[in-house]
Design a protein around this ligand. Sequence first.
Ligand SMILES: Cc1cc2nc3c(=O)[nH]c(=O)nc-3n(C[C@H](O)[C@H](O)[C@H](O)COP(=O)(O)OP(=O)(O)OC[C@H]3O[C@@H](n4cnc5c(N)ncnc54)[C@H](O)[C@@H]3O)c2cc1C
Length: 489
Amino acid sequence: MKKHIVIIGSGVAGLASAVRLGAAGYEVTVLEANNYVGGKLHGKKIGRYRFDLGPSVLTMPHLIEDLTAISQQNIKFDYIHLNKICNYLYEDGTFLCAYADKNKFATEVENKLGETKQSVLEQLKDSATAYELTSDLFMHQSLHKLSNFLNLKTLKALVNIRKLHLNKTMNEVNTKRFKNPKTVQLFNRFATYNGSNPFQAPALINIIAHLEHNMGAFAAKNGMHDITKHLYQLSLNLGVEFKLNTKVTKIKTDNDKVIGVSTSNGDLKADIVVSGSDIHHVYSKLLDPKYYPNKLLKQEKSLSGLIFYWGINKQFAELDLHNILFSKNGEEEFTTFFKHKTAYHDPTIYINITSKITPQDAPEGCENWFVMINVPHNESSKPVDYIDEMRKQIVAKINRLLKTDIEQYIEVEEILDPYLIEQRTSSFGGSLYGNSSNNKYAAFLRHANESSKIKNLYFCGGSVHPGGGIPLGLLSAKIVSEMIGSKNQ
Ligand SMILES: Cc1cc2nc3c(=O)[nH]c(=O)nc-3n(C[C@H](O)[C@H](O)[C@H](O)COP(=O)(O)OP(=O)(O)OC[C@H]3O[C@@H](n4cnc5c(N)ncnc54)[C@H](O)[C@@H]3O)c2cc1C
């Protein structure tokens, strides 16, 4: 008889698990607390504008294609390769474009920031080397099985360990390489891709630049929301059952073995449970307190975000799909987040405008602005109190750097903040990527993909190994499905 697998949550990792396990022939039911699928990777129409509400940066789209291939279906996830990765704007008026062409990018950094072209190319080469040495171990398999350390690739990483600068922070390595603090700020920025602090995160996190600059930056042709729509459709076609508006309230066990779940709509039996929910939520709300892994759950959390979705009834030719307006003081900004645990008065602002590549996302002559700043995760479990103040600062900074009066062009507005992110996805404090990577042991302190105490309980998603963000979420689903497959042949 087919084994019945219950997946908790329809975030990108839960959906990817549904595709893999559905394709492997299991009977799969996805239980989702919301009335929509996708978790953080969701979209919405506000007035005349369409918005992606969560992720906007797309790397490693082949991981989505892998799922299409596994499901043997003839439907396509449409994406394009970007020629321009990001525009960077600084307070002194410096404007720099990160071209996808490495030589062109290095020349732009040489011309605008006074670095040598060679130093930029070396930075990208080093991040590629670090990725090649470590990705198999840290991204593609469980870190919690000794056998995974006993292979040639791991040995190669150990032999080359010096190249990984394990005892240095990102900022230390980047400061040593580049003379202009603006270049350092640009490369330090990649720490925020997993919600970390470049002044604490190990230099290994520089590998994130490799994903964008060497492997490529991409954009979803029909918006990022198309990723979860695509995975949902693949799952449905594979016979996966979805129950929306169904909150799991307990994972039921007998003799330390999973037997099913209790939900807001009744109980369900299961042979296997895969949780795609935040690991904090699982241990504090769904499991008996005797299983609570104190040390793992005490790890520092990643950053959250404050996002303004603005329908702008004007077009800004100087902006592109991805734009960054840097803070004047990067170090103070990160110290404020991680030490003082509050928003920073002169934030780095990210503006994402999908209508630049998908014109139908905004009316003619208009643009859909997703305006985001990083803020710490919300420890208080009460609504945050800085939204109005930060909105003022953001408007003022945009006006200064773009020489405009943006307020007059805002036609519609909605806001997302750490409190709402937690309410909508159960992510602890609204953190975007689970734990931060602010120390060199962080990778080893993420929760494993399988419970060591409860048989047939597995975990995927941004709060467990290998980490947050779409690519790692998709890889967590792969690791989990392989684990289940190897035990249920
Ligand atoms: C504003 C923002 C910007 C981001 N930018 C990027 C980016 O540019 N690139 C990138 O790669 N990543 C980005 N991220 C991070 C990325 O969105 C996440 O890492 C990823 O989407 C997490 O997916 P997930 O599957 O782990 O879970 P989630 O998306 O958090 O989904 C979990 C799902 O489980 C459901 N659930 C939880 N508990 C229960 C329960 N008890 N019962 C039933 N259902 C439950 C929730 O309702 C939710 O639908 C961003 C996130 C946000 C919010």
